[in-house]
Design a binder for this molecule. Structure first.
Ligand SMILES: [Zn+2]
Length: 210
């Protein structure tokens, strides 16, 4: 593992970058090196610098990235948790068991009008397949809900589907790694590494009761 975790200027984790890029940013004084790999150096004929493991931007950067839509990304955004019952199936090694999860169209395709659906919680029309109408559901919730809205099925959402934030995008990247490097752990909240479930919405936030 030679990749580098990049933090924002406020030390919130942003993304994973190649080590070459980290060195470049460091030489340009765009980042400070926060942690290095013990005992490892990047060497050239003229210099030997500690191999960066974590860097932080000197100036705050606002996330404008776009994430490609996929079932896997929806599940990572939702921290591999069923949006209806909160089940978070895990494999023996503690990683999420994706086989037990599906992607649910919150307002079902069967109720779409010309490919669009109305989202009561955000009061807008969106394409039936988009971030804001896609939620992670366990197999049993998905089949129980069937072609109904959460209200019709009496299955309130625990979390509202959203366009991925930078943290969501980072969670997607980390979910593809088998093991997280030790020097990164201190900078990654448990809800980002996937080792902890994300809290559900408070009850009163449910659009069912709004
Ligand atoms: Zn469920």
């Amino acid at each position: 593992m030679r990749d580098v975790l990049q933090l924002n200027a406020d030390y919130t984790p942003m993304k994973v970058i190649r080590w070459e890029r980290a060195i470049e940013l460091s030489l340009d004084e765009k980042v400070v090196v926060v942690a290095s790999w013990p005992g490892r150096f990047v060497r050239s004929p003229s210099l030997a610098i500690p191999w960066p493991a974590v860097v932080a931007l000197r100036r705050y950067s606002v996330f404008r990235g776009k994430v490609r839509f996929s079932t896997r990304s929806v599940q990572a955004r939702d921290n591999f948790t069923c949006a209806y019952c909160g089940l978070r199936p895990l494999l023996a090694d503690g990683r999420p068991d994706r086989v037990q999860l599906t992607m649910d169209h919150v307002i079902p395709r069967a109720q779409a009008k010309e490919g669009r659906v109305y989202l009561p919680w955000s009061r807008k029309w969106v394409a039936v397949t988009c971030w804001e109408n896609a939620a992670t559901a366990c197999r049993s919730c998905n089949s129980r809900k069937a072609d109904r809205t959460p209200t019709q099925a009496r299955m309130p959402l625990r979390i509202y589907p959203r366009v991925p934030t930078q943290t969501d995008a980072l969670r997607m990247t980390l979910a593809r790694l088998m093991k997280l490097p030790e020097p990164w752990l201190e900078w990654l909240p448990a809800t980002v590494t996937g080792t902890e479930a994300t809290p559900a919405l408070p009850d009163e936030a449910s659009f069912e009761r709004a």
